[in-house]
Design a protein around this ligand. Structure first.
Ligand SMILES: *Cc1c(COP(=O)(O)O)cnc(C)c1O
Ligand code: SF4
Length: 350
């Protein structure tokens, strides 16, 4: 099918097929998921109506890390279209962090100094029910093909931008050849120094950390930061740990961000174990986000005093470098807002 390869490419086809096949074979049917987990749909309060708006999607590899016959499994809860999503709640909206107002050109968002975020694709390997972009109008913002050109022109014209963040959707849904083409264009812009990739794909399909991915990371002229999204220690099984070690051994920095989610990871023990397992995999914790108040995700919300109490306990048990920064995203602020949880940090501006 593909006859010509760009100069950077040296992509081994076999490993590509493996993750791409897994991506294609993901579960999108509630009954198939229930059957695999030996559960009845009526034990789970599933909503087929919400699944029509934001469909179920989860790779088998991730389902394989769920506990059978456990309707409260913390991995399952992250993907299950739940009846509670139908409830409207005050303060929960469709654009909770002001993404639309921050678009500089279609698919290019800038909120903070020096870094801009490129929505490289609208697709994801997993559909997380708490996703803050679950209502995002990708059809208007998706910068694939011609619109990438507009975004790249915009970036080239603003020398204050030093870092590009690939986001989406999940940028690693793109194959390594497509990403390399984009990386080549970015590194041709003199003021771009860093490339950051925010992704959950390798977490749910560890084979995404393929030879092709490691290859373009090794060869890129930019400094590369990969921020993976692991929310629960059980996501970090041996297969993922080995792949993450390979990634952290490459020429890049690997960080993790999580979302604090009720009934998934809202206790100190779980978060301590998460940080320790991340470290075993060569990954340092970066942010722990309070939930963005997106419509349909209210049942995941952990209030701020509870979050602070949990983090105080976490910080009392771990070395400082394993304590993620507790943050909230507030539209209009110049960066993520730190949430103070230590008694001696009360002097932070509120
Ligand atoms: C979260 C976010 C970033 C990254 O913020 P850091 O604090 O640098 O991790 C950058 N741009 C946008 C639009 C964001 O929402
Ligand atoms: S992988 Fe990220 S962007 Fe995709 S659904 Fe999950 S939280 Fe949203």
């Amino acid at each position: 099918m593909q006859s010509k390869r760009p100069s950077l490419a040296r992509v081994p086809a076999a490993s590509e097929t493996t993750w791409q096949q897994q991506y294609r074979d993901s579960i999108t049917n509630i009954d198939a998921l229930c059957k695999a987990l030996e559960l009845q749909a009526d034990q789970l309060s599933v909503s087929r109506a919400v699944s029509r708006q934001f469909p179920l999607r989860v790779p088998w590899s991730y389902v394989g890390r769920m506990q059978k016959s456990d309707p409260r499994d913390p991995l399952l809860l992250q993907v299950l279209p739940h009846a509670l999503e139908e409830q409207a709640a005050v303060g929960f909206g469709t654009d909770p962090v002001g993404d639309l107002a921050s678009a500089k050109s279609p698919g290019l968002l800038q909120k903070y100094h020096g870094r801009a975020l490129l929505l490289a694709t609208s697709r994801c390997a997993i559909h997380c029910r708490f996703c803050f972009r679950r209502h995002f109008p990708y059809a208007l913002q998706n910068p694939r093909s011609d619109a990438w050109r507009l975004a790249l022109n915009e970036i080239a014209g603003d020398s204050s931008i030093e870092e590009i963040i690939l986001s989406g959707g999940d940028p690693l849904v793109l194959d390594d050849r497509e990403i390399m083409q984009l990386v080549e264009k970015l590194q041709a812009i003199p003021h771009i120094r860093r490339l950051r990739v925010h992704t959950r794909l390798p977490v749910v399909i560890p084979e995404r950390i393929s030879a092709g991915l490691l290859d373009w990371i090794e060869r890129s002229e930019l400094d590369i930061v990969v921020v993976v999204h692991v929310n629960h220690p059980r996501e970090l099984d041996r297969g993922l740990r080995e792949k993450l070690r390979a990634l952290s051994g490459a020429r890049c920095h690997v960080l993790n961000q999580s979302v604090l989610l009720r009934d998934v990871n809202d206790d100190a023990h779980t978060l301590v174990e998460l940080s320790e397992r991340l470290f075993d995999a060569g990954v340092l914790p970066y942010y722990l986000h309070l939930l963005d108040k997106v419509q349909g995700a209210m049942h995941f919300d952990v209030d701020e005093p509870t979050a602070c109490a949990i983090m105080k306990e976490v910080a009392a048990r771990l070395p400082g470098y394993l304590v993620p920064r507790l943050v909230r995203e507030q539209a209009g602020e110049p960066g993520k807002t730190p949430v103070a949880f230590q008694a001696d940090a009360l002097s932070y501006p509120a």
